[in-house]
Structure formats: C-alpha cells, structure tokens
Design a protein around this ligand. Sequence first.
Ligand code: SF4
Length: 155
Amino acid sequence: MTLEERSSPILKAFEKAVAWARMNSVWAVHYNSGSCNGCDIELLTTITPRYDVERIGIKLAGSPRHADVLVCTGPVTGQGKDALLRTYEQMPAPKFVVAIGTCALSGGVFEGSYNTYDGIDGLVPVDVYIPGCPPRPEAIINGFAQLLEKVENYA
Ligand code: SF4
C-alpha cells in the first residue's frame, strides 16, 4: 500500500472538513460597478437583522483578499472596469461571483450605452445571476442559496 493510499481516508476527511467550513462561512465583498444604488440598498437590507443572511454564514468582508464571493451590482462603466478586474484578481481561489440586478446581468437600462459593458460576465465569470430591477431581498437570499450549493459541490 502506497503512502498516498494509506493517507487517503485522512485526506478525504480533511477535504470534507474544509468543504464544510467553506460552505458555512462564505465571506463576500461587494462591488458597485456603476449601479443607481437600488440594488445596493436591497443587498444591504438583506444583511440587516430582518433578513439576516449571517445565520447561513454569509457576511460582508472589508477586503477582497479575505473574500470568497464577489457580489456585483450595476452595469460596468468604463471607469469601473479596471477596479472590478483588480478586485476579482485580488480574491484568493476558490472564488465565486454573484451578479445582482438586471444591469449586472445584461447592462439593463444602460445596455448599448457608449460607456458601459453589457453584463459583468463579459469581464469576470459569473456563478449566480439574480435578476430584478432591483431584486427583492428574498430573491437575493434565493441566489445565495444557489451559491451555497455551488460552494458545497466545489471540488
Ligand atoms: S438593476 Fe435597476 S436598481 Fe439595479 S442598478 Fe440597474 S437600474 Fe438600478
């Protein structure tokens, strides 16, 4: 029996523990890439005690270096593009992206505008899309539940 085979049950248990910890402590960094603030207000409502997403382990982090998830609102403006890419690059792997609101999904009312990109998925890979203008906190929580499934199944 090789060393790898002997340690495999331990490795598997360790990987399971890491996956469990990751799923129960998802830290998110919020980036507004040009939103009208409607989506931001709904997101902030979602983290207040009334909706309390901390009970499912989701909490806002102050720095992208401490975050597992990039939560993005708004269309990406020409001015915000570099900061979005820099924020994404600063996050440690594994990292996930949630797009909140029609503007982040497709450009929304700003689609085709001279200074916006149509949807953030043209710049960073998006894991969960939450449509709405703006989406209600219940829709955002539903999106977070989809995200937790992705985090749990991350291999
Ligand atoms: S989706 Fe609606 S609420 Fe959200 S940033 Fe765009 S216009 Fe504002």
